[in-house]
Design a protein around this ligand. Structure first.
Ligand code: OGA
Ligand code: MN
Length: 225
């Protein structure tokens, strides 16, 4: 519940500060075991107890263009809303992060959408960007991991391609590898960083979410329901 959040205000503000500093200086932020413990445990037991039927194959693209494509991603997802205690607690935490980043970085983040994701053994998500051309309203991506006792040998790494520093004509991408360990929080600019999820060797649970700008125009209220 919202009340329990206040006990973590101290933790959150130092984490939120380092996320803001990282985003301002390099565009991405990786924080190991950083999600507040009680929130991480609440989400982990929630996801473990969710009926399998709640998870659906994830599509590529949006709404009418949505396609299931086995060669791009094979995970299953479940969109998060505020109907459960765990969902509420997560949305309350991301709301606090959004408010902090708007104050600190003047980002103008307006709304947030997120889903649980389950990668079974062998599942992957090939190199992609989270913001689509012509729909550039996804500004900031956030991923948190809910896997206790994850080791590097379990695979499932997140690889972020960082070509920002490239000064020569030859694109010299360097990659950043993230082990999807318990409570790790990753944030990056959605349009800037292609990334991929390497095949997991055992069940891998995460939440992926996106902060968006307000793209309301005329008679179309954003975000669409
Ligand atoms: C995504 C994504 C990364 C991860 O869902 O768009 O890139 O590590 N997820 O789960
Ligand atoms: Mn992604």
């Amino acid at each position: 519940m919202i009340l329990s959040r206040t006990s973590q205000t101290g933790d959150d503000s130092s984490l939120f500060s380092s996320i803001a500093n990282d985003i301002a200086s390099k565009g991405y932020s990786i924080n190991s075991a950083a999600l507040p413990q009680d929130l991480a445990h609440l989400l982990t037991s929630h996801i473990a107890n969710m009926p399998k039927a709640n998870f659906k194959r994830a599509g590529i693209g949006r709404s009418v263009d949505l396609k299931i494509n086995d060669s791009v991603r094979t995970d299953v997802i479940s969109w998060i809303n505020g109907d459960t205690e765990a969902g509420k607690a997560w949305l309350s935490w991301t709301q606090a992060l959004q408010a902090f980043l708007n104050r600190r970085l003047f980002l103008g983040l307006f709304s947030f959408e997120s889903h649980f994701a389950h990668y079974a053994e062998g599942d992957f998500y090939k190199k992609h960007k989270d913001a689509f051309i012509g729909e550039g309203n996804r500004i900031l991506s956030v991923v948190v991991y809910l896997n206790q006792y994850w080791s590097k040998d379990d695979g499932g790494g997140l690889v972020i391609y960082n070509n920002q520093q490239s000064t020569s004509a030859v694109i010299d991408e360097h990659t950043i590898s993230v082990t999807p360990g318990f409570g790790t929080v990753v944030v990056f600019l959605s349009e800037e960083f292609p990334h991929e999820v390497l095949a997991a060797k055992r069940d891998r649970f995460s939440i992926a979410g996106w902060f968006r700008l307000n793209c309301s125009i005329a008679n179309s209220i954003d975000p669409p329901s």
